[in-house]
Design a protein around this ligand. Structure first.
Ligand code: GDP
Length: 433
């Protein structure tokens, strides 16, 4: 069964661990959006791996990993990641392919992003400043440079023309002429030498793999609430992190996605600016941050922390058509005397149970909480649902009820085997193959 795994909250839900855990049951893992702003942290036997562009399946020998057209690729970041993986003994050899239609992040995209953020002042989005947004802007503006364009080696062809125009636009924007288009072209020629063997028609590859009955996992980055269309616009990422993005970002029909798994933490976090209704600014927020080690995998920035927001997860269930949840980091809540779960919002004097479309309205919302008892016995490392303390079971059951989605997987630690896979759930199908 082909499966899409994506973030059901504001990103950093622990998708990397879940994808890594599921990978042995799949033949292909394909990333469909985002760039190297994503940071998936995976622990295997105590060793930490941080992946930015490569699908998390890369850590498993024999699994093909694809970077789809919906991803924006900084070739130097990709090469650095491949070099790093090689030094720590992860053999890539022929297992990574990149779409010829993926857009490139070029050196000046980063500069442009820093400028744009500075110009926004107080209203800044809190981006990772890796050039992701400007690369997507160029894509939509129909002036981007795609991976396949690098095959054009002519000195006056379309590649040189596009780079010349883009560098001229950059120079006008930045207000200097330090960047020479010739240098950008020269860099791209070097990039092509290394990139060329990895380039393929990812859509065709997937079409054939699916026809042969090979199981494919579609891997999302960031999360639903950061989706360019369905998230808390404008405090969002520049791509479709939701399930629809898997179809457009890889060139497969929507029916190729046979199930959708939403990954959600047992609480809520967010990096960067924008509304976060359940945010805890005091001691409890600090407690979640420290226990959960809530610091960005890509930037090291402290994450904003709060209680589980069932309104947001219910919304994620709707816009992604979630079949199941993987609830991560349950162990982080160990030892708390009681827990709050946000079941609705109070907005302008009325109670709402659906996510407001207007971000300013969301920012003005107050969470409506339900209090549940905490547990004293640690859940860390527990692998059977039946072994969880009664209060932890009750907590999971309640999250399922108000989110409207079953928790097929519950994660109780960062290691692969710190995981509960519920026998009576859809997840049993993913592990059977
Ligand atoms: P991703 O981008 O969604 O993959 O998330 P990140 O990698 O940014 O953040 C997830 C972090 O939580 C990583 O450091 C994981 O090792 C860690 N993690 C994942 N699941 C669990 C869990 O169940 N318990 C604990 N304590 N840590 C977890």
């Amino acid at each position: 069964m082909n499966l899409c795994v994506l973030g059901a909250q504001w990103g950093d839900e622990g998708k990397g661990k879940i994808v890594d855990l599921l990978t042995p049951n799949f033949s292909v893992v394909a990333r469909y959006q985002g760039g190297h702003n994503a940071g998936h942290t995976v622990y295997v036997n105590g060793q930490k791996f941080v992946l930015h562009l490569c699908p998390s399946g890369i850590l498993h020998a024999g699994v093909m990993c694809l970077i789809g057209n919906g991803v924006v690729v900084d070739p130097h970041a990709l090469f650095a990641e491949l070099d790093h993986l090689a030094t720590i003994g992860v053999a890539i050899g022929g297992r990574l392919l990149v779409s010829d239609k993926a857009h490139l992040i070029l050196s000046y995209h980063r500069e442009i992003e820093l400028l744009a953020e500075a110009r926004r002042g107080e209203r800044k989005i809190g981006t990772t400043s890796r050039g992701i947004g400007p690369a997507y802007e160029d894509k939509i503006g129909r002036r981007g440079v795609r991976v396949g364009d690098l095959a054009d080696q002519s000195s006056d062809g379309p590649l040189v023309g596009a780079v010349r125009e883009n560098v001229a636009a950059r120079n006008r924007l930045v207000g200097n002429t330090e960047l020479k288009w010739q240098d950008v072209v020269a860099d791209l020629r070097t990039v092509w030498t290394r990139l060329q063997p990895l380039v393929t028609d990812v859509s065709l590859y997937l079409h054939r793999a699916i026809a042969e009955g090979r199981a494919v996992m579609f891997e999302g980055a960031q999360g639903t609430m950061l989706d360019i269309d369905h998230g808390t616009y404008p405090f969002v990422t520049s791509s479709n992190a939701t399930a629809g993005g898997a179809a457009t970002g890889l060139g497969v029909g929507p029916r190729a996605i046979e199930a959708v798994l939403g990954v959600a933490k047992a609480y809520t976090t967010r990096v960067g600016a924008g509304p976060l209704p359940t945010e805890l600014l005091g001691e409890m927020g600090e407690r979640l941050r420290e226990t959960g080690q809530e610091y960005g995998a890509s930037t090291g920035r402290p994450r904003r922390c709060g209680w589980f927001d069932a309104v947001a997860v219910r919304y994620a269930a709707r816009v992604n058509g979630l079949d199941a949840l993987a609830i991560t980091k349950l162990d982080v809540l160990d030892g708390l005397p009681e827990l709050q779960v946000c079941t609705a919002y109070r907005c302008n004097g009325s109670t709402v149970t659906e996510m407001p479309g207007d971000t300013a309205q969301l920012a003005a919302c107050e969470p409506v909480y339900e209090t549940l008892p905490g547990w004293t016995k640690p859940t860390k490392g527990i692998t059977k649902f039946g072994d969880l303390p009664a209060e932890a079971k009750r907590y999971i059951h309640r999250l399922e009820e108000i989110s409207g989605v079953k928790a097929a997987i519950v994660s109780t630690g960062s290691e692969r085997d710190h995981t509960i896979v519920r026998d009576d759930s859809i997840a049993a199908k993913w592990f059977k193959r």
